[in-house]
Design a protein around this ligand. Structure first.
Ligand code: UDP
Length: 268
């Protein structure tokens, strides 16, 4: 932020904007179910109208554009792990579809602008990511559990705790995004970026209780509809094509994330 030539422009990508750029990382869109379901129409507009605007800039300026897609493309997957050739199992009319179908439409737009207008596009499918500087009200599982554990409050597990997720540390993700942006033009994805270490939600709760030395008890709550039962990335393609694999394992990443939340909650 302090660099002399850095300029921050606050702008909603749903509205057109004229910028001169070389590279675009389109990360616009809330990723937490709580946030993307708060205003679902806005979520799908961001992923359709917003992505059309982003691709319009890329077409006019000949910029390279990287789209942050998601493991939600795979919906509630019938295969585990998921590789990029799996087409997914998505409910088109459910409460998650503003995000799932929005991101699928965004991938479609990226590919059509590539084929029809020769835009230099790249698609990255991001799996669950966490790390320091997540918002206290983010609502996703890692930050919820850490905040609950640090305050010795009940840990809220939705469902019976057997659902799985694979958690990637934010620094690893960022490295993957940059490697993909700088990869050869002939490789445009989609490519999975995620940590293949798969954990049940109950295991995650137990690890966080252990690392925070918390006296929290677990409370089982109803599972939200369409919550995917399992999720684990196959990252063979990322390894082969961009030489990427994650370096930070779950416990190590959780330790720095816990340290961060201790500071913001003023518990240290
Ligand atoms: N989850 C949970 N308790 C929470 C928040 C989430 O048990 O306080 C579960 C949620 O039902 C899902 C998993 O944790 O099975 C991951 O949820 P999250 O919202 O982090 O991301 P998602 O992968 O569903 O987009």
């Amino acid at each position: 932020m302090g660099a002399p030539h850095f300029e921050l422009i606050r702008h909603d990508i749903i509205n057109p904007i004229y910028l001169e750029v070389d590279e675009i990382y389109n990360l616009a869109c809330p990723a937490s179910p709580v946030h993307y379901q708060f205003n679902p129409i806005k979520t799908i507009k961001t992923n359709v109208m917003g992505v059309i605007n982003v691709l319009g800039i890329a077409k006019r300026t000949k910029a390279k554009v990287l789209q942050a897609s998601t493991s939600e493309i795979y919906g509630d997957p019938e295969v585990n792990p998921q590789n990029e050739s799996y087409w997914g199992k998505v409910n088109p009319i459910g409460i998650r579809s503003c995000y799932d179908e929005g991101k699928r439409a965004a991938e479609c737009l990226m590919m059509d602008y590539r084929r029809q207008n020769s835009v230099n596009t790249k698609i990255v499918r991001i799996f669950n990511t966490y790390g320091p500087r997540m918002a206290i009200n983010d609502g996703r599982v890692v930050s919820n559990f850490i905040i609950q554990a640090l305050q010795d409050k009940k840990i809220t597990i939705y469902g019976d705790g057997t659902h799985t997720r694979s958690f990637c540390y934010s620094d690893d993700l960022i490295e993957g995004l940059i490697l993909m942006m700088n990869s050869i033009d002939e490789f445009y994805g989609p490519v999975n970026i995620g940590n293949p270490g798969e954990f049940t939600i109950l295991q995650l709760a137990q690890i966080i209780i252990k690392l925070t030395k918390s006296s929290s008890k677990i409370e089982f709550q109803p599972l939200p509809s369409d919550d995917p039962a399992q999720r684990k990335p196959d990252i063979t393609l990322a390894k082969e094509k961009i030489g990427w694999s994650p370096k930070i394992d779950l416990e190590e990443g959780l330790i720095s994330t816990i340290r961060y939340f201790r500071e913001v909650l003023k518990l240290s």
